[in-house]
Design a protein around this ligand. Sequence first.
Ligand code: NAP
Length: 309
Amino acid sequence: MTPVYDRVALIGLGLIAGSMAHAMRANGLAGEIVGTARSAETRDIARDIGLVDRVTDTAAEAVVGADLVVLAVPVGAMAAVAEDIAPHLAPGATVTDVGSVKRDVIAQVGPLLPDGVHFVPGHPLAGTEHSGPRSGFATLFRNRYTLLTPPEGSDPAAVARLRALWEGMGALVEEMDPDHHDLVLAVTSHTPHLIAYTMVGVADDLRRVTDSEVIKYSAAGFRDFTRIAASDPTMWRDVFLTNRDATLEILGRFTEELFALQRAIRTGDGDLLHDYFTRTRAIRRGILEAGQDTDAPNFGRGDGGGKAG
Ligand code: NAP
């Protein structure tokens, strides 16, 4: 395949950037892949395992001469990175990000980039609970959606080129308004993560059920439901701090539904419970039919393909 970009700079070398490096290599999508990370430890590991063609010590060095720059750091760190690299970006380059929240990233990063540089934000809806430079793999994005949220007035050619890169990595690409993106993700990812984190906290608090019992009997739902609670704490802290409005709105609705179910249990309203579970089962089956999950007991996350930040 002809490379889509001559030089791609990956800022951050964790799960998402690492998977992009593997996928770009496997599909010949980049002439050269340059990468950098905050810590010397991650940069050393990346060098040792040959994750990218060249590892630089700073982000400023990494972006020199790159026609695509990918910000693959936690959402709360995007602005500082953008500030660092801005003076070193090549005219005509595209900057994208893979952050799980879009409105806040656009508000913070957009104004820092110089004229003549295209900013096309993105978000691959694919992930695992693992992180770091060894956690990536080439097929992470295959058949998963990547949402691009280009601001109004974006150069269509720059958007089309980034789309070609993601499609080359196997992703299904759609464009979406950033605010709508944040609401959709609050429903499909952010609030479920918060609930999973809460459930693990509850199990821990409840001393009447021992830790060994929780693990031993976890096939009963706890294991699958709370697997995502092992995800990176920094990333998730930043997601909730930056997608505050949408998450709070969805949590409000969630709490109301939960109270309704709680009341039904207390009053013995079996019809309400049965109707509710019938409806939710149909919705869940609809998700399976749409191909965004599998029927496997681990919800298709066994190879890391199912979860999205
Ligand atoms: P990760 O595996 O934890 O890697 C994060 C990378 O960012 C590391 O290389 C880390 O460097 C660097 N970093 C962390 N804090 C930094 C800071 N303050 N300044 C500069 N660099 C910093 O994370 P990831 O899962 O790839 O996530 C990266 C982005 O993708 C996040 O914005 C996240 O919201 C988004 N995303 C994640 C998922 C998911 O499920 N994991 C899915 C879709 C999108 P060191 O290793 O040196 O600390």
